[in-house]
Design a protein around this ligand. Sequence first.
Ligand code: TRP
Length: 329
Amino acid sequence: METVVSGIRPTGNLHLGNYFGAVKSFLQMQNEYNCYFFIADWHSLTTHPKPADIVKSARTILAEYLACGIDPEKATIYIQSDVKEVLELYLYLNMNAYLGELERTTSFKDKARKQPDNVNAGLLTYPTLMAADILMHKAVKVPVGKDQEQNMEMARKFARRFNTMYGTEIFPEPASFSLSDKAVKVPGLDGSGKMGKSEGNCIYLMDDAETVRKKVMKAVTDAGPTTPNSEKPEVIQNLFTFLDIVSTKDTYDYFNEKYNDCSIRYGDLKKQLAADVVAFTEPIRERILEFSSDTQLLDKIAKTGAEKSSESAAKTLKEVRQIIGFREI
Ligand code: TRP
């Protein structure tokens, strides 16, 4: 079975954009591949989070993943900092990662611009740590968004470079499994194209019904169509895209007809949309609350995941050490 690895930086709660953009694909992949889904808490240190936030945010994502249906019986779910092997591979890969290429990555340049007082070496070597995450499991597929494409190219380059340098084929070149192509893009309801944390327009899986309703009812609309069958402006198209994602086909068709004969009332559409979003998020929210309240269970799941991940990583590291020329102890 082919191996898949994907990491998520623990930077807050999951929103509908995360769910339909990534988690939903993970749910399918866990049935078809040997999956490792991990929480990239070491990567998050580049911005110097507080210790209390580190513990909380890893548990939050873990509870949310589980509540969404990522199944620890099928996939290996772990917290990056629980699996120390990755650090050793990170060190080896750093020996063949060149300053020039690391400095040229757009994510490094972006972050250096955003946090000029904290341009640390971890930020610079972010791509090597990410490559280590992937290569230690010899993953062949990595589901990522478009923004990670350059990091993926680096991971492939580091894999090739190591193989060539030592004349081995230990690392397969990991292919990006573009989530952006396959997954549904959830639009923002504030007139912006996409739902995202930095856009501040997210509906979170953890939002209660009232919060969801308020957010949906605030969605930007226009004065309404005046000619039958007219094209939908972007803000209206966004609402329909949303309906398409969370509502039934009948609901979609109903409002689409109303739009086309110019009798649509956006208030009605939003009310229905809010109800359908709540019907989707509410059961997930309840499961998140259940998992979150059982930290013992969460820790047990994290521990089992770490053990499974360590086992896979240790195998790779043993080979790597031999290849590099270290003696066995
Ligand atoms: N860099 C990824 C992001 O910001 C997170 C990540 C870290 C990752 N290591 C990974 C993703 C390995 C895929 C595989 O989204």
